[in-house]
Structures are given as structure tokens and as C-alpha cells.
Design a protein around this ligand. Structure first.
Ligand code: SAH
Ligand code: SF4
Ligand code: F3S
Length: 469
């Protein structure tokens, strides 16, 4: 792999913009308003990338379609994190054969993390011949050029060269909704947790310049966005590659210092790099949401070591203690992997005891899935799936009980929420800690902070009624 990251030159991006104009002209000349459908799998990094893909498509004259039927371009932005995620993509790509038969001019593109794996690209080349183009995360900025090539030659295009990654500033973005926005602060990951495919498909850690980030956030606040989430696989590494003497806590403090009424969040933090300074910065600013997603993965030291996580259970717990000491209201969430190769039932029980101790507000729980090319995929994995399922169910049951107890604790309290949408005639909003709240109210409250009295709860959400405004 090439180990140098590159900043894409502005001339190269200007060229892509010119290609967009040409594609727009091409459609205009035919008197057609073309339609595009972008389907996103995986995490917020992919959601953020899809906003760029939509932005580039809009610049090429495309309107966004609700589904794949009849769309002139379909882009599937894929995820490689677990086997199940990949199977869903293969199933959906397979089904597109029929969609394309009904609309023969349709161009189908696959991108995202699965396309960062050479064996997947080979499989698409050989067995999914209705796919017109593939690009991996490093080549995303070249999408207009690839689209034009596919449109003008009718040939398949593959842009999946391996790379340490690049930073491309100034790609147009088409965001969904006008209340919450994601802002990538860095790309890639250097951690190489032994089970994880991300460092292989997204390249080395690279940080955006703080001025670029501040400029983007200022623009969002001016346009009325009220909830900004800073994104990165491990935001705590922010700035290490820049040499500007700015770390993530500094960046956070600077953004929180911008004028306006908004909440600022971030994800994800690796526990080995989360600092007291970060917690102190959060505690000091009323605009930084008191919410922390701190994936622990396992509560057992041997398993953590095998996972190459580089912290111990005790270190993790002391971090949580410190966070709660400076922010007693802190909402904590985490990710857990059940059934890592060689994990025993006793070791799994250490994870159970950890979650009982920490009492997370919510957990994202996964059964280990071997990923080709990662060290863990080579480790002996003797525990049968059924047994892992049983552990998984124990974990979910324990966490549901905790989440429900925590939710019950909200009932009768008044909390500030940001109304962010409406579903089936009911408004939805989030608390500062990210809890989902449903309430009755007019849709023009969307984008507003509202005080709500919590009247009821389920495992996953709260119900409330607005206090008189
Ligand atoms: N960068 C983030 C999260 C990346 S992926 C972090 O470090 O926390 C999100 C979650 O998917 C991980 O936290 C982990 O719990 C889970 N995950 C990653 N690889 C996995 C695998 N091979 N099998 C099962 N779960 C996995
Ligand atoms: Fe994967 Fe670990 Fe990097 Fe997260 S920190 S993306 S789990 S390698
Ligand atoms: Fe999936 Fe890639 Fe995110 S593998 S979880 S979409 S970084």
C-alpha cells in the first residue's frame, strides 16, 4: 500500500466540477431531467460520503429519486464491517438486474468500504455484470469523471486502486434535512483493532485543516442547523498528523465558541486516546452535548489485548469515572463485540459485569464476524454460533433492563429537546444526550429547542408533552 496521503489539488477538483457542467448540458440537450438514487449502508461516515455523492449528482443536473425504480443512476454506498452488511448489499445488487431490465439506460455504481477490498471488486467484475462502475472511498472525488466515462462509452469503469487516502476539500454537499448535520473532521484509522476492516478500506488517519472545518460549521449555523456532529473513526487522534499543535479538545472548544444556539457532538472516541482534557472541555461548554460514545468492545483484559485495543478494563472504568465526576448528567453509550475468537463464557461474563457497573444509556451489540485480511480472522474460533447467540441474548436482555430503568428515571422530569422531524403525525426530537422523544406539536417546531415534560417511556424512546411556550 502507498503510505502517503495526498491533498487533492484544487485544479483536479475544478476539473470534476467542469465535468459536472458537461453532464448537465448533456441531459439538458436531450430535454431530460435525470433522476438519481443513492442508497447508503453502514455508519455515519458513509452517510456523510453519500451527501457528497448526492452533491456531485445534483451538480450534474440530477434530481434525487425516492427509490431505484426508473432512476437514471443508482449508487449503492456499501459497508464492509460485518458479513451480514455485505450479504445485504450482494442481495440488493442482485435484485437490480430486474430494475435495469425495465430501464436499460440505467447506470449502476457501487462504492464505499466493500469496494476497498480487492476480492469484492473482483467478484463484482466477474459475477455482477450489470454493475457499470465501482469506486473505493479514496476515489470518491472522481465520481463525476467516472460517471461521464460510463455514460459516454457505455463501458464499465473500475476505480479501486489501493491508496493511503486523500483529502478533497470543496466537493459539493447535498444534505438531508435542515436541523442536524455531520461534519467530517478526519478520515481513516490507524488503530488496526484485530477484528476490524476499516483501516484497510479507509486508509490512514488524516485530519482536515481546522480552518476548513470552522468554515463549514459557520456556514451550517448561518443556514440554521442546530445540531452538529463531528465525525471520525477516532476523533481523539485529530490533529496529530497536522503538526499545528491543535488536538481534538482544542478544535471542539473553538467550534463551541462560535456564536449561536446549537448543540455540538462528536463520534467516535477510542478509549485509549480519550483525555481528561477532552472531558474538561466538554464540561466547560454548555454547547457541547453531554453525550459520549465510548466503545469498550469487551470487559475482559485478555480479550481486549487480543483485540489490540490497548487499554485495560480498569483504565476504561477510571475514564468513565472521571467523565461522570465532571459531568454527572453524562449520557454514555458503547459498542460491544460478543464471541471474539477464543472468548470463553467467563470472559464474556466480564463484559456483562462491566455493563452492569457502567450502566450505559444504550449499547450497540454485535456478534463477531470474521473479516478477510484481518488478524482475528486467522485466530481459532471454536465457540459455536448458537452459543454466541445465547451470550448475545443475555447481553441484550441485561442492557434492555438497564435502558428501561434509565428511561423510567426521566418520567416526570422536564428536559430541553431539539425537534428534528415528524413521523406519522407525531413530532420527534432528541435530548442533549441523544435520547429520542416523541411529542405532539405543530411541524413548524422542527428546528427549534422546546422544553418537554416526559410523560412515558419505552426501551428505546421517551414520550413527552411540551411545556407551555
Ligand atoms: N471507529 C469506531 C467504530 C467502527 S465500527 C470505533 O473504534 O469505535 C463500529 C463497531 O462495529 C465497532 O465499534 C465494533 O463494535 C463493531 N465491529 C467492528 N468490526 C467488527 C467485526 N469484525 N465483527 C463484529 N463487530 C465488529
Ligand atoms: Fe476499527 Fe478499531 Fe479503527 Fe474503530 S478504532 S475503526 S474498531 S480499527
Ligand atoms: Fe461500514 Fe465503512 Fe462505516 S465498513 S461501519 S461504512 S467505515
Amino acid at each position: 500500500m502507498d503510505t502517503k496521503t495526498t491533498v487533492i489539488a484544487s485544479e483536479d477538483l475544478a476539473r470534476q466540477a467542469r465535468i459536472c457542467d458537461e453532464i448537465k448540458e448533456h441531459w439538458r440537450g436531450q430535454g431530460i431531467v435525470p433522476r438519481a438514487y443513492v442508497d447508503t449502508y453502514g455508519c455515519q461516515q458513509n452517510e456523510a460520503d453519500s451527501e457528497k455523492i448526492r452533491g456531485m449528482l445534483a451538480a450534474c443536473g440530477y434530481e434525487m429519486a425516492e427509490d431505484e425504480e426508473g432512476a437514471d443512476v443508482i449508487v449503492l454506498n456499501t459497508c464492509a464491517i460485518r458479513e451480514h452488511a455485505e450479504q445485504r448489499v450482494y442481495g440488493n445488487v442482485g435484485a437490480l438486474v430486474h430494475t435495469k431490465r425495465r430501464h436499460p439506460g440505467q447506470k449502476i455504481f457501487l462504492c464505499g468500504c466493500m469496494m476497498g477490498q480487492p476480492h469484492v471488486v473482483e467478484k463484482i467484475k466477474k459475477s455482477y455484470r450489470h454493475v457499470d462502475g465501482v469506486f473505493n472511498p479514496h476515489q470518491l472525488w472522481r465520481f463525476p469523471e467516472l460517471l461521464r466515462q460510463a455514460l459516454s462509452t457505455g463501458k464499465r469503469v473500475f476505480a479501486a486502486e489501493d491508496s493511503a487516502g486523500s483529502i478533497a476539500e470543496g466537493i459539493p454537499l447535498l444534505r438531508q434535512g435542515g436541523v442536524k448535520a455531520w461534519v467530517s473532521v478526519m478520515y481513516g484509522c490507524n488503530n488496526f483493532c484485530s477484528y476490524c476492516i476499516v483501516p484497510y478500506v479507509r486508509g490512514r488517519e488524516r485530519s482536515r485543516h481546522p480552518e476548513e472545518i470552522l468554515h463549514e460549521v459557520r456556514g451550517l449555523l448561518q443556514r440554521g442547523y442546530k445540531d452538529i456532529t463531528l465525525l471520525g473513526q477516532n476523533v481523539n487522534s485529530y490533529g496529530k498528523d497536522l503538526g499545528l499543535g491543535i488536538d481534538f479538545a482544542d478544535l471542539l472548544a473553538e467550534i463551541a465558541g462560535l456564536p449561536g444556539d446549537f448543540w455540538l457532538r462528536f463520534m467516535t472516541s477510542h478509549p485509549k486516546d480519550a483525555t481528561k482534557k477532552l472531558f474538561d472541555t466538554m464540561a466547560a461548554s454548555p454547547k457541547i452535548a453531554k453525550q459520549f460514545h465510548l466503545p469498550v468492545q469487551s470487559g475482559n483484559d485478555r480479550v481486549l489485548k487480543e483485540m489490540n485495543r490497548r487499554y485495560t478494563r480498569a483504565q476504561y472504568l477510571s475514564l468513565v469515572d472521571y467523565g461522570r465526576q465532571v459531568m454527572p448528567e453524562l449520557v454514555l453509550t458503547s459498542d460491544i463485540i460478543v464471541g471474539f475468537p477464543g472468548e470463553t463464557e467467563e470472559e464474556f461474563e466480564d463484559t456483562l459485569s462491566l455493563i452492569e457497573k457502567v450502566r450505559y444509556d444504550a449499547l450497540f451489540t454485535f456478534i463477531y464476524s470474521p473479516r478477510k485480511g484481518t488478524p482475528a480472522a486467522e485466530m481459532a474460533d471454536p465457540v459455536p454460533r448458537q452459543e454466541k447467540n445465547r451470550w448475545f441474548d443475555r447481553l441484550v436482555t441485561a442492557q434492555n433492563k438497564i435502558s428501561e430503568e434509565i428511561h423510567l428515571g426521566y418520567v416526570g422530569k422536564t428536559v430541553k429537546i431539539l425537534v428534528d422531524g415528524a413521523e406519522d403525525g407525531v413530532l420527534t426530537g432528541r435530548t442533549e444526550g441523544g435520547r429520542l422523544v416523541r411529542l405532539a406539536g405543530p411541524t413548524d417546531w422542527i428546528g427549534r429547542f422546546v422544553d418537554v415534560e416526559i410523560t412515558g417511556h419505552t426501551t428505546w424512546s421517551l414520550e413527552g408533552k411540551p411545556k407551555v411556550q
